[in-house]
Design a protein around this ligand. Sequence first.
Ligand SMILES: Nc1nc2c(ncn2[C@@H]2O[C@H](COP(=O)(O)OP(=O)(O)OP(=O)(O)O)[C@@H](O)[C@H]2O)c(=O)[nH]1
Length: 391
Amino acid sequence: MHTLFGENILSPPPQEEEQASTNPFDLAFNSNPPATSDASGGSSLQQNDWLTQHVQNLSVVDGATSYSHGEQSGPPPRRKGNPRLLFMGLRRCGKSSVQKVVFEKLPPAETLYLEATTKIERASMQSFMTFDSAELPTSLPVQSPDYDHASIFTNIGSVIWIIDSQDEYLTSISELLRLAVFLAENYPRINLEVFIHKTDGLSEEYKYDTFREVRQRVQDELTDYGYGDRPVSYYQTSIFDHSIFEAMSKVIMKLLPALPSMETLLTKLCSTCRIQKAYLFDTLSKIYIATDTSPTFLKDYEVCSDYVDVIVDIKQLYGWRDEGKQGDQNSIEESMVSFDKSGDTYIYTREISNNLSLICLMGQGSGPNMRPVLDYNVEILNGALQKVFKV
Ligand SMILES: Nc1nc2c(ncn2[C@@H]2O[C@H](COP(=O)(O)OP(=O)(O)OP(=O)(O)O)[C@@H](O)[C@H]2O)c(=O)[nH]1
């Protein structure tokens, strides 16, 4: 049988430069796996164990040390612990709305009645993992030297700057630049993410122009300040569609130490079982915590996200699985559903744990007859993921 952990699981082959790499978060596979006799199920499981062991051996940078001032720049390491986010932006840009819609499941229409934020507001969501977020009121002079920066920025993984694209945004861009320079000088390990927000009311053309203009201005100015190499990510978002969840997924994924191993596993599953796209969803928040390495499209995410909604609705009707049964492999649910009129496109879903679901999109040629292969390989993936999460 064609299995997920065939002989190619360890690709790419080790290279000289990779062996010299010191980044503990690169899954370079730079040591040889245990010798295996063939590519049958038994050897696959051995390789699976080796992969898991390899991930467990990787050291993880502690949150407290990763934000010490003036450290070398470069890609921020993924940290142990829960993803911690800080929302910032000008007045009425939508900070509270994003936080409440994503983490507190407030219906978007109700954000109309939110009051202005006057103090630091925190939110937390307990699901597959705990997502912590905080919002800084606009009146707080964070960059002022006599403010206690450490109490705000220590342990923050990402700062999300929100720009209201329906408003005049030049002031917001100059404030963003001040923040970017401040972070680059004092907290270079913190990711800076920019949400070009409230795109729902804009025409496609204007949306694209705004996005391009904001990005261009910020990059140009940062280069002038000497921080042109500092990575800043941009997203078009709105609380009235799926874009806010997709953007939050990408922000959070960057903070997960186990991401490289999860990506490798999902990519291998996709190539083995002819899956178009595979997502690992946090069921409650609709945030995906990993996907395969093929390009992501909002349309794919929307379909899978709607399907997750159906799962949550059914779970709310019939009850969430008993916590005590979590380790019981037999109690794991799975299904394959056609969602296309032509009957050629399918969604395959599988519960990995109470709050984590694997959702796969499959196109032509990957119909129900692929199911035994899928079930077999997903079972192996499930075992590997359970071990990865024990790290
Ligand atoms: N059209 C549109 N309106 C939005 C969106 N997100 C938020 N809003 C609206 O923007 C307004 C301000 O939202 P808030 O979340 O209160 O903004 P804030 O930045 O927290 O405001 P302050 O705390 O006063 O600084 C509300 O009326 C929201 O309904 C969006 O994606 N699209």
